[in-house]
Design a protein around this ligand. Structure first.
Ligand SMILES: Nc1ncnc2c1ncn2[C@@H]1O[C@H](COP(=O)(O)OP(=O)(O)OP(=O)(O)O)[C@@H](O)[C@H]1O
Ligand SMILES: [Mg+2]
Length: 367
């Protein structure tokens, strides 16, 4: 029994030794594991640090990018504004030279025509007296001397007597027409007026048509452009008259350009449709007037309709169009006058521009 017990103890001691060794090995492995874990932890920390660094870097770059984007946007806006100002300046310069020229011519014509106009009534009176004298002379001296008889026949005195009053009337009509022309020219230029004025829109349209008259008349290549007016009863409208005339001028000149193109095209396909511009004015709402300018040209192709208000967009050949007429018209009407500018256009119906202008400006309403 003791022997058995001793053998068992031995066995147990052996197993104990083995276990101790195993424990020692396990402790070693544990130390190694701990070391590796520490190394890995250090690596992980470094990795996290690097990640954080690159995150800050990225954020900085993002900020830089955003501020660059903002700057580029600001630059784009500045460029757009600059182009608009430039457009405005070019057009203003163009119109101001035209206005000055027109005002100058009107002024130069005004003096001599007033001179003629002022003397017509005297001329009429003197001629009437002379005719009365001749009639009385003939009445009291029915048989004058031969020389007088001869000259009476030579100058055809009877005819002169009946025709002279007609000549005077013609001169009178002509002079009146020229005087109206001068008034229209002055109206068109209205150089002196840089403030909002209560203005008759029809006067502006009429004087603009007058300036464009030479382009409406028939010539070797074009039949006359008919102008049909449907003028409603309009109140006076608060506006910068010279600028509004500039809008009428731009839109009417475009209509004429379109009709010239259309006529060339129609002649080539033997289409007899005649060029026509219709101007309609209405007073549809209390504070608004509406002006429609329609041409029976070939319309604006769909693909370019949204571009026609862009500065410098033109389909005309170099030297003919600068592409600023519509953009400046939009600016004057919408930005300066708080109005609206719309258009409808199609190949078969031509183009209609619709201008809407408030009758009273906000400032004058006390708003
Ligand atoms: N009534 C119209 N019919 C057809 N196309 C038109 C009409 N009005 C404008 N357009 C188109 O819009 C474009 C831009 O017009 P806009 O008046 O701005 O410039 P432009 O007439 O070409 O040059 P300009 O600066 O001399 O006026 C024209 O080139 C033309 O293609
Ligand atoms: Mg134009």
């Amino acid at each position: 029994m003791d022997l058995e017990a001793a053998a068992k103890i031995k066995q147990l001691e052996k197993e104990n030794r083995i276990l101790k060794k195993k424990l020692l090995r396990a402790e070693d492995t544990c130390v190694q594991l701990e070391e590796t874990t520490q190394k890995k932890e250090a690596l992980l920390r470094q990795f996290i640090r690097e990640l954080q660094d690159s995150k800050t870097n990225l954020e900085e770059q993002k900020q830089l990018y955003t501020s660059l984007q903002k700057q580029s946007l600001e630059l784009q806006t500045a460029l757009k504004e600059l182009r608009q100002t430039q457009t405005h300046l070019i057009q203003a310069e163009k119109m101001s030279s035209l206005g000055q020229l027109v005002a100058g011519i009107a002024h130069e014509i005004n003096n001599p025509i007033n001179f003629i106009y002022g003397n017509i009534s005297y001329l009429k009176e003197y001629i009437q007296s002379l005719i009365t004298f001749i009639r009385l002379f003939k009445q009291y001296y029915p048989e004058p001397i031969a020389e007088l008889e001869e000259i009476t026949e030579e100058v055809d005195l009877d005819f002169v007597q009946t025709d002279l009053p007609k000549v005077i009337d013609s001169i009178n009509i002509g002079t009146n027409r020229i005087r109206n022309l001068v008034i229209s020219l002055r109206n068109f230029s209205r150089m002196d007026e840089a403030e909002f004025k209560a203005v008759d829109i029809h006067e502006g349209l009429e004087s603009t048509l007058l300036i464009l008259q030479h382009r409406l008349k028939a010539n070797n290549t074009m039949p006359e452009i008919g102008v049909v007016k449907h003028y409603g009863t309009l109140p006076l409208v608060d506006c910068f008259p010279a600028q509004l005339n500039q809008v009428f001028m731009n839109i009417l000149a475009n209509a004429i350009d379109a009709l010239e193109d259309a006529t060339n095209h129609r002649q080539s396909v033997n289409n007899k449709e005649l060029p026509k511009i219709s101007i309609t004015t209405t007073h549809p709402e209390l504070n608004w007037v509406k002006i429609s300018i329609h041409d029976n040209g070939l319309g604006i192709p769909n693909a370019i309709q949204e571009k026609i208000l862009d500065p410098f967009f033109t389909t005309k050949e170099i030297g003919k169009g600068t592409g600023i007429g519509m953009s400046i018209s939009h600016q004057i009407l919408v930005e300066k006058h708080g109005g609206k500018l719309d258009f409808n256009s199609s190949t078969d119906k031509g183009t209609e521009f619709i201008l809407q202008i408030p009758i009273k400006q906000q400032s004058s309403l006390g708003v």
